[in-house]
Design a protein around this ligand. Structure first.
Ligand code: CP
Length: 304
């Protein structure tokens, strides 16, 4: 494949190749080999129209560890403020020699459109409320490293599913990898299409927690919602927050995940986020490794 736009485009073999490549790259890093020459002479453009901490920095770190040249483009401070379109912005960057364009955009479908305009590979780094495939890959990689495998594992994803590109990509990828996903959310924070997703839905977090191998908490995306969706932070936290009492209901070997950024004290208590069974910091480190694997397979290695 030339692009990575949706987790749903990955076959099980594609996904396993990316995870196994990341495992190899992690082993190389553990041998204190910080930089590989694999993508020397290649240029990766990070094209970010929405804010990001983890994804933007980890794509930059991943490209640099593979010796690629990196151009970071942020819409803020660019000619986008003068009305330049996504297409013209992309063609300008391609004229500067981009072999891959990593794009984050507020509009669902922007990476797909971009793939029609540029010759290089397009990697979706989060588009609107649609998908965030490398987040799902780094989550699967983190789960596999902690739990050993994903086949038959019970993954519970909790919170603002409606606005979450992370949830959709995770459901698609985890289903492909043989896991059983249950979404838990208030009815107002579930998309109408959820009945077509390959997962179960529950409104009762306390009933699902004891049967979960993984509990993935999602950020409540207050910037994308109005009061009709989300009447009260306290009520949300009481019914859907992972606090100390709920954490105690999880099996002793179950893990807690969050893609970040977190609303500490709302969807997740600080002591749960910082516990030894939380993978939140590992997820960030694994993000660099997964993004190295994706860039390597798209630009330098075998075809995924
Ligand atoms: N998880 C995630 O996508 O974080 P950023 O928005 O900081 O990139």
């Amino acid at each position: 494949k030339r692009h990575l736009i949706s987790a749903g485009d990955l076959t099980k073999d594609d996904a396993l190749l990316i995870l196994d490549t990341a495992e190899e790259l992690a082993r190389v890093s553990e041998r204190s080999i910080k930089k590989l020459p694999t993508l020397r002479g290649r240029t990766v453009v990070n094209l970010f129209f929405e804010d990001s901490t983890r994804t933007r920095i980890s794509f930059e770190a991943a490209a640099k560890r593979l010796s690629a040249d990196v151009i970071n483009f942020s819409a803020k401070g660019s000619s986008v403020s003068k009305g330049e379109s996504l297409k013209d912005t992309a063609l300008t960057l391609e004229a500067m020699g981009a072999d891959a364009v990593v794009i984050r955009h507020g509009s669902s479908g922007a990476p797909h459109r971009l793939a029609n305009w540029v010759h290089g590979s397009v990697v979706n780094a989060g588009d609107g409320t649609h998908e965030h495939p490398t987040q799902a890959l780094l989550d699967a990689f983190s789960m596999r490293r902690r739990l050993g495998g994903l086949e038959g594992r019970r993954i519970t994803v909790v919170g603002d599913i409606l606005h979450s590109r992370v949830a959709r990509s995770n459901v698609l990828l985890l289903h492909t990898l043989g896991a059983e996903v249950t979404l838990v959310a208030p009815p107002t924070l579930l998309p109408v299409s959820v009945g077509d997703w390959p997962c179960e839905v529950s409104y009762d977090l306390d009933a699902v927690l004891p049967k979960s191998d993984v509990v993935m908490m999602l950020r409540v995306q207050k910037e994308r919602m109005n009061a009709a969706y989300f009447p009260s932070e306290r009520e949300y936290s009481r019914r859907y927050g992972l606090d100390r009492d709920r954490f105690a209901k999880m099996p002793d070997d179950a893990i807690v995940m969050h893609p970040g950024p977190m609303n500490r004290g709302m969807e997740i208590a600080a002591e749960v986020a910082d516990s030894a069974r939380s993978t939140i910091v590992e997820q960030v480190a694994n993000g660099v490794t997964i993004r190295m694997a994706v860039l390597y397979l798209l630009l330098g290695g075998e075809t995924a």
